[in-house]
Design a protein around this ligand. Structure first.
Ligand SMILES: Cc1ncc(COP(=O)(O)O)c(C=O)c1O
Length: 454
């Protein structure tokens, strides 16, 4: 595969425009098949944001938003979808349970087709439920069945804190010492990201001591996308079950969970899925486990949709991932999820990934050309892998001289990105609503900020 830099450079030459010119960014936007999706989202105005210094007309301008790795922007259609659910409740009282749209007793099943397409799964293998960490626990209760021989959980060092607490508490709950039971794979000395061969080596070394391998599909700090297929295969060959935290992967990178044979997965929907803060999460259970995992927690929502309201004495357990649901979901959260899933479905993951290749590649190329330098003089260093197959939208940028002041100044100027103090900024242009001109402007602003702060 050609690098994004090479593809972009060739396009600039064909278009007769300079790589670093505004005209090139405008040309790329003109050719962007997803450019109209932006209008379907509410963009925060600079003046509304905390710590912004701009005034007058500039305060009414849209901010530069690169924080979809924390919280995706709100689709405009979410307002009417939520309003409809409130009105339905107001007009009908308890009769809202059976009323369209999204009759409450079955509302969470409406998103599974679209969610299935996003993660490469049969819709029966997907459920909309709870939040990420709750789903992790519910799936572990079933999939983590430690024995005195095989009791370890293997994950990446620097996994998101919530996952680490969950893994350690799962081990502890089953009577194991988490310091022994939870194994972390670390990058090599002087490196930030993990090499697939090193992960596989640890898997092979741990062999039949491992019950579950559970890592993030895209690492939240570095933006590294792991080779989920190769790791799944290696871990299963060692006899472990394999789960993936897809918080930073879903709606960001191509996922083929069925094809890769992943055992289970879980995610939140507030980031690239744009379903709002506290959004309803997702769970995946591979078809080969359907109906075969007797040990999992149940509630009335574990029933099939068709028999739930019969309230039988014995649970008429749903066929697939739906069996892992326990409790009544909020129709308001489901409505918000369905709005954004519909938009993503229209955009299509294929087109998203194609644009992401160019958009993140453009960001990387401009950063390197303006601020990269070589060796010691570099004002910044990108710690996300250069290989486009090993990343999604996000670039994690390390500032050797510190990122705190840079971030504060960017904030004052109406640029929204994420600070991992003291030295890293995470910047994620979303192919759904970010443009090439925004990336161009971001780098221009960053160059000025670097001059001011250094
Ligand atoms: C990688 C990862 N795992 C877990 C979580 C926790 O999610 P939740 O609060 O929905 O359980 C997050 C939250 O941002 C995350 O980024």
């Amino acid at each position: 595969m050609s690098s994004p830099d090479a593809v972009l450079a060739a396009r600039a030459v064909r278009g007769g425009v300079g790589f670093l010119s505004k005209g090139f960014a405008e040309l790329l936007d003109m050719e962007d098949p997803l450019r109209d999706f932006r209008a379907r989202f509410d963009y925060p105005k600079k003046g509304a944001l905390p710590n912004v210094e701009v005034q007058g007309d500039e305060a009414a301008e849209e901010c530069l938003y690169f924080s979809s790795l924390n919280l995706g922007l709100k689709p405009k259609e979410a307002d009417s979808a939520v309003q409809t659910q409130l009105e339905k409740w107001g007009h009908l009282g308890v009769a809202t349970y059976g009323a369209e749209p999204l009759p409450i007793h079955v509302c969470d099943s409406f998103g599974t087709e679209m969610m299935g397409r996003l993660v490469g799964a049969d819709p029966r293998s997907v459920a909309l439920m709870n939040g990420l960490t709750v789903n992790l626990h519910l799936l572990f209760i079933s999939f983590y069945q430690p024995t005195p021989q095989r009791y370890k959980i293997l994950t990446e060092a620097a996994a998101f804190c919530s996952d680490m607490y969950a893994f350690r508490s799962q081990a502890e709950m089953r009577g194991y010492d988490p310091n022994d039971a939870v194994i972390e794979v670390s990058p090599r000395e002087g490196e930030y990201t993990l090499r697939t061969e090193d992960i596989i080596k640890v898997i092979e070394e741990q062999g039949d001591t491992m019950a579950v391998v559970c890592m993030s599909g895209v690492q939240y700090y570095t933006g590294q996308k792991f080779d989920m297929q190769a790791i799944t295969r290696a871990a299963q060959a060692a006899g472990a079950l394999v789960g993936w935290d897809l918080a930073h992967a879903v709606g960001n990178v191509d996922l083929q969970l069925d094809e890769w044979g992943v055992d289970f997965a879980f995610w939140c929907s507030n980031k690239y899925l744009c379903s709002g803060p506290g959004a309803i999460g997702g769970a995946y259970v591979n078809g080969r486990h359907h109906g075969r995992r007797a040990a999992h927690l149940k509630g009335w929502w574990s029933n099939r949709d068709s028999t739930r309201v019969e309230m039988r004495a014995e649970c008429d357990t749903a066929e697939g991932a739906g069996a892992f649901r326990i409790t009544t979901p909020s129709p308001i959260l489901v409505a918000m999820a369905c709005v954004s899933l519909q938009i993503l479905d229209e955009a299509g993951m294929q087109r998203m990934v194609e644009k992401q290749f160019l958009l993140t590649g453009f960001l990387e190329a401009l950063l390197k050309r303006h601020l990269g330098g070589s060796g010691q003089e570099a004002a910044l260093r990108i710690i996300t892998p250069e290989d486009p197959a090993q990343r999604g939208c996000q670039l994690s940028i390390l500032f050797p001289a510190g990122a705190v002041k840079v971030h504060a100044r960017l904030q004052e100027l109406g640029v929204v990105c994420d600070l991992r103090a003291p030295r890293v900024l995470r910047v994620a242009p979303s192919p759904l609503y970010n443009s090439f001109i925004e990336v161009f402007t971001f780098v221009r602003v960053l160059v000025e900020v670097m001059k001011e702060t250094h």
